[in-house]
Write a new protein. Structure first.
Length: 213
């Protein structure tokens, strides 16, 4: 939003009073969220020229700001606070650029996705974590897209039901944390093509609730 006015983000955030300015000083996180009280919400909606109701539907944390900051304000100035979004909403990944463009957006987008919800089935891309120490936003999985889509649907069922703690597969989040480490290792070694195949093996690990090669 600041870029649209040819400003720096700090030029806008300086209008607000911060509950936790020390967190603000640590720099921008890809999963950083800002909670706004009622005054700050009105200001932001005015700057964006977007109705506040639209922002409430688009921003997961919008409705929590007024309650969280109820003890502040009263001076006519907006109050805000930082929070690490991943603590509440889960890991942050790059959005699919083609999906973003189809909805009228441009550039990079970020979304909250569990590790077993990383495939863009429309465009056959496996979305990677933001801030993971790599420059890739996603991997084109090509002919593996169908198999990955089926595996992803199976994992959604496993995530809802939960896995047997004594099973060889472990919890879904543990399996995908391991798979992510393996795939990122391949990417870091320059094996992007091999990483695409590795993603297929990792996401297909849910067969029968067990990790398979």
């Amino acid at each position: 939003m600041a870029a649209a006015y040819r400003l720096q983000a700090g030029d806008l955030t300086g209008w607000w009073r911060w509950v936790n300015p020390a967190h603000q000083a640590r720099g921008v996180r890809p999963d950083g969220e800002v909670f706004l009280d009622g005054v700050a919400q009105v200001q932001l909606a005015g700057w964006c020229r977007v109705p506040a109701g639209h922002l409430a539907r688009a921003l997961p944390s919008w409705g929590a700001g007024s309650e969280m900051l109820a003890g502040y304000g009263g001076d006519g100035q907006g109050w805000v606070r930082w929070r690490t979004g991943a603590d509440q909403w889960g890991p942050v990944v790059f959005g699919c650029r083609l999906c973003t463009a189809r909805r009228g957006g441009a550039g990079v987008s970020w979304v909250y996705r569990a590790r077993w919800q990383r495939l863009c089935t429309d465009h056959g891309r496996w979305l990677l974590d933001v801030g993971g120490g790599h420059v890739l936003e996603g991997l084109a999985v090509g002919p593996l897209a169908g198999e990955l889509g089926r595996a992803q649907r199976r994992w959604a069922c496993l995530a809802r039901a939960g896995l047997d703690a004594g099973g060889a597969g472990g919890a879904p989040v543990e399996v995908f944390a391991l798979a992510r480490a393996v795939v990122c290792g391949w990417v870091g070694a320059g094996g992007v093509r091999g990483a695409g195949a590795g993603v297929g093996a990792a996401a297909g690990a849910g067969r029968g609730g067990h990790l398979t090669a």
